[in-house]
Ligand binder design. Structure first.
Ligand SMILES: Cc1ncc(COP(=O)(O)O)c(C=O)c1O
Length: 389
């Protein structure tokens, strides 16, 4: 991996220490060029003239295929969305809930998991079980807690694959196996992949979850405003579209009757979409895959391990992320004695141009290390954190 060459293509890297990819990744120049190229094409040739329109549809198809390849899924199991949360909402508002159904989730979750879950409670009488997990909860203990929460009424386990708060990587494969075929009834698994696509290797065929949602703008380094939802082929017909337009019907030409389509991901599509953003997402996936997701994952884990070791030696700093490699990711969270996380984040920016974020629960500072970050930046962060107090 030629890091210097990669950094040359990501202008932000030359201006600051950017360790906030978990919120929004810095796009490489080719990604923004692809977006501009499409916008210029629309500017000069007209967005709805025949060739430009046909090319726009081609971009959408290619983006779908690129996502399918990234996830090892079929393009028919993918629909492009606005972001992770949009995809999660398609599923959560599309399942036919019964009063008394149960959802299992956990306390480390992002609002994009917790809020849609609790809304099903308010609307449909669904019971939401929020398991209390430590930011570095051991894998066995996570599995035991989920096992203990399952009942006859459990319909869905809804978790992030990597927890945004501490970077804890959940044992999703083991969870999948545990909830499968319970008394002849499968419990469904919905995974929030906001912190995974472009960061760790993903394989839907191997994982075999029902639903998985990803963004374009984080670890894939694509633009904001585009993401993707995977629904396992046999489950597509069981999720009702909650926003509907022409593509949710077999034909939209008869004003007096419609025939809903059920088995196609197209039913979730609205009318117009942004081919420019989709072109950016396509280029971003190609960029990341050109580097290699396996290589990225291994480099990111090495960088995260160095940072955790460095921070552990700074007086007054407590690393709250897991330390073992299997449960780790590129997200490293820590607290500083006597300093509010918001204050630490603003001092790191103002003093040393380090861009990171605070997390409210558990209260901490979070650094996101991606493949374009370097050991020198890790050392700089350790020094800067040491100067905070
Ligand atoms: C776990 C998790 N889920 C959802 C989101 C929201 O992502 P998006 O803007 O792609 O919906 C985030 C963003 O930080 C996240 O970390």
């Amino acid at each position: 991996m030629d890091i210097q060459n990669i950094r040359q293509q990501i202008p932000v890297c030359q201006r600051m220490t950017y360790v906030n990819t978990g919120m929004s990744g810095p796009s490489p120049t080719p990604v923004v060029d692809a977006i501009k190229k499409r916008l210029d094409h629309e500017l000069f040739e007209g967005a709805a003239s025949p060739d430009v329109r046909a090319e726009g549809l081609e971009i959408r198809d290619q983006a779908k295929q690129a996502v399918a390849k990234l996830l090892n899924a079929s393009p028919e199991e993918i629909c492009l969305t606005k972001n992770t949360t949009d995809g999660l909402n398609h599923v959560m508002n599309g399942i036919t809930w019964q009063d008394g159904d149960e959802i299992v989730t956990c306390s480390l979750e992002h609002g994009s998991v917790l809020v849609p879950s609790h809304f099903q409670g308010l609307r449909h009488g669904v019971n939401v079980k929020v398991l209390t997990l430590e930011p570095d909860e051991p894998r066995d203990s996570i599995l035991e807690k989920i096992q203990a929460a399952l009942t006859e009424r459990t319909r869905l386990v809804f978790l992030s694959h990597v927890e945004y708060s501490s970077g804890l990587r959940m044992p999703v494969k083991e969870i999948r196996q545990m909830i499968q075929n319970r008394g002849g009834r499968d419990v469904m698994l919905l995974l929030d992949g906001a912190q995974t696509a472009g960061h760790i290797a993903l394989d839907m065929k191997d994982l075999d979850c029902e639903f998985y949602s990803i963004p374009g703008q984080k670890w894939l380094l694509g633009p904001e405003g585009v993401g993707a939802l995977y629904i396992r082929e046999d489950m597509i017909s069981q999720v009702q579209p909650h926003h509907v337009a022409g593509r949710a019907t077999v034909s939209n030409h008869d004003p007096y009757r419609i025939e809903p389509i059920t088995g196609s991901m197209d039913k979730f599509l609205m009318t117009s979409t942004s081919a420019a953003l989709q072109a950016g997402m396509l280029e971003a996936i190609n960029f990341v895959q050109g580097v290699g997701v396996d290589e990225i994952e291994s480099r990111v884990l090495d960088l995260a391990s160095s940072l955790k070791q460095g921070l552990a030696e700074v007086r007054g700093v407590t690393v709250i992320s897991p330390l073992d490699r299997e449960s780790s990711s590129g997200l490293v969270s820590f607290s500083v004695d006597g300093l509010e996380p918001t204050e630490a984040v603003s001092r790191l920016w103002e003093r040393d141009r380090i861009v990171c974020r605070q997390v409210a629960f558990p209260a901490c500072v979070r650094v996101s290390l991606h493949f374009f970050n370097t050991e020198e930046e890790v050392n700089q962060i350790v020094d800067s954190v040491g100067n905070l107090t």
